[in-house]
Design a binder for this molecule. Structure first.
Ligand code: AMP
Length: 113
C-alpha cells in the first residue's frame, strides 16, 4: 500500500511538483504556512526521520542539498528560510512518509509553537 507521498512521487495524485529526480521530489504544500512552503520527500518511503538508518545517509544529504537548491531557485536564500522535519505526535507529524518542510517568504518566529 503506497503512502500519499509515494503516490505524489509516482504522479498518481496531482501536486504542484517543482523538482523531481531519482532520489526525491519537491512540491508545494497544499496548506501553506508561509508564502513559500515546499515539501521535499524521498522516493524511498522512510516513515520518519527517527526511522532512517545509516544506509539512508545519501538520501538524507540529498534532501537537504535539494532544499538549499530550491531556496536559491525560488529566491528566498538571501532573505532566509527554515527547514523543518516533524517526527511523531509531539513533533506535529501528520503524514507518515519522511518530508522536509522548506518555509520562507516572511519573518518566521522562534521558538516554534
Ligand atoms: P507534517 O504535519 O509535518 O506531517 O506535514 C505534512 C504536510 O503535508 C502538511 O503541511 C500538509 O499540509 C501537507 N499535505 C498533506 N496532503 C498534501 C497534498 N495532497 N499535497 C500537498 N501537501 C499535502
Amino acid at each position: 500500500m503506497k503512502t500519499l507521498f509515494e503516490k505524489i512521487y509516482d504522479r498518481e495524485i496531482q501536486a504542484d511538483i517543482i523538482h523531481h529526480d531519482a532520489i526525491c521530489c519537491a512540491f508545494r504544500d497544499i496548506s501553506p504556512k508561509a508564502p513559500t512552503h515546499i515539501l521535499i520527500i524521498p522516493r524511498k518511503p522512510i516513515p520518519r526521520i527517527g526511522d532512517a538508518s545509516t544506509a539512508d545517509q545519501e538520501i538524507l544529504g540529498h534532501l537537504l542539498l535539494t532544499a538549499g537548491k530550491i531556496a536559491r531557485e525560488l529566491g528566498i536564500d538571501q532573505t532566509g528560510f527554515r527547514t523543518v522535519i516533524n517526527h511523531g505526535p509531539h513533533g506535529g507529524e501528520t503524514v507518515p512518509h519522511l518530508h522536509v518542510h522548506l518555509l520562507g517568504g516572511r519573518q518566521l518566529t522562534w521558538p516554534p509553537g
